[in-house]
Design a binder for this molecule. Structure first.
Ligand SMILES: Nc1ncnc2c1ncn2[C@@H]1O[C@H](COP(=O)(O)OP(=O)(O)OP(=O)(O)O)[C@@H](O)[C@H]1O
Ligand SMILES: Nc1ncnc2c1ncn2[C@@H]1O[C@H](COP(=O)(O)OP(=O)(O)OP(=O)(O)O)[C@@H](O)[C@H]1O
Lengths: 218, 218
């Protein structure tokens, strides 16, 4: 199990803390503002009111022991940059920082952020992908090119056959890792397992091939 | 093919226009700021410099003919709210609006937005799900008996053969969903793909069978 530290509890940081907790992960939530910390006291595993620009604070947190450090300090660009620099210098393994502007993002890159998030830009893209898909119920991008997606089989051309006959691997370069049939989930589907109308397939593969399958389904 | 109108070309609106274009969709891009419109002149199908709070402008655009209207007016909450109201009153089919704050979002709901986007909050959630995607199946209704595990192949009895020869499905009821070879990850492994010594396999299957494989590897 990995552990997470979230520094800066604005809308982004708070959302990260709440989602991590929802998925039963251990998370430390830190902010300079007492109210924001208190709001998450019963949500996060651990909380702290502190200025993350202070090296002593970060050392005291053993910031290098966290698998992921997420920096959600927004408006105060200087605090965001300084915190990122110090956190990386102190040995944090993987730092994700939220950027206010493209230039801010480039600075965060320079001071060592492993990943920079641009909320408006990234959500715009995600939203469009959801809009354009017809049968994709949800997706998680595993990398820039590969995605895991849940696709509903609403087309009888794709139903009432087994995985070998459906042959998504050959036709779409997709790996079916689960078949959802009503409430049941078959997580190690065999080639002989049947796909019924309205089943949901969890597939893994290239983003464009997933889209292709989505388009092929009426 | 559907058509899209994007009103307000900040970072969110611009990202929506660029992504729609990338996926070969028809998009009209509108903003009150000439520079922002010009920046997307060669990207969007059609552009217009206009104040979207003016009913005459929206009527002239035949806003009711678009399948989706996306309102990316941010900072100017009044313009965002007014534009949303007018666009819905004029018969727009589906309106997605970006909100600055939770309260702003509630107002947008009231004036008819079909969908409200909260970039920081939504991206925080998406980002966590991506981080956790190595525990992919926590997002699928995982039966308590199944698990996902990463197993390093340190035993030459399990190496230098392909997945078909390794036959983990028959021997351990396990589905190999990825092969990690050094820095490379093969996320759609074929039966003919090789497993080399010290590769890491991502497998899915019954908890006890995963343990069995783990024990079998010296
Ligand atoms: N030096 C600091 N140490 C710890 N927390 C800080 C520091 N400076 C700012 N913060 C916190 O970072 C949080 C996020 O910053 P702020 O709300 O200004 O940015 P934001 O970009 O509006 O955030 P969001 O967009 O995520 O809502 C705030 O709760 C603020 O108290
Ligand atoms: N009445 C209006 N008609 C058309 N466009 C408008 C109007 N008012 C504001 N805009 C445009 O909306 C765009 C987005 O607004 P702004 O940049 O203020 O918000 P933002 O929240 O910072 O955007 P983002 O977060 O997406 O970058 C700007 O390009 C602005 O010119």
């Amino acid at each position: 199990k990995k552990n997470y530290a979230v520094l800066g509890l604005g809308r982004f940081g708070e959302s990260v803390v709440r989602t991590l907790t929802e998925f039963h992960q251990d998370v430390l939530a830190v902010d300079i503002d007492e109210e924001r910390v208190n709001a998450l006291m019963d949500v996060a595993t651990q909380t702290l009111i502190a200025d993350t620009q202070e090296e002593a604070v970060l050392k005291g947190l053993n910031i290098d022991t966290f698998d992921f450090v997420i920096i959600g300090i927004g408006n105060n660009m200087e605090a965001s940059i300084m915190t990122t620099l110090l956190v990386k210098e102190l040995g944090a393994k993987w730092v994700i920082a939220k950027a206010e502007t493209a230039a801010h993002g480039r600075v965060l890159d320079r001071v060592g952020a492993d990943q920079v998030i641009f909320p408006e830009r990234d959500i715009g893209r995600n939203m469009v992908r959801k809009l354009l898909s017809n049968h994709i119920l949800s997706f998680i991008d595993l990398s820039p090119d590969y995605t895991l997606a849940e696709i509903e089989i609403t087309d009888s051309n794709f139903a009432n056959q087994n995985l070998l006959e459906l042959n998504l691997r050959q036709k779409f370069d997709l790996n079916v890792i689960a078949i959802h049939h009503g409430k049941m989930v078959n997580i190690t589907p065999k080639p002989t397992d049947m796909v019924h109308l309205n089943d949901i397939l969890t597939v893994v593969g290239p983003v464009d091939r997933v889209q292709e399958l989505d388009d092929a389904i009426k």
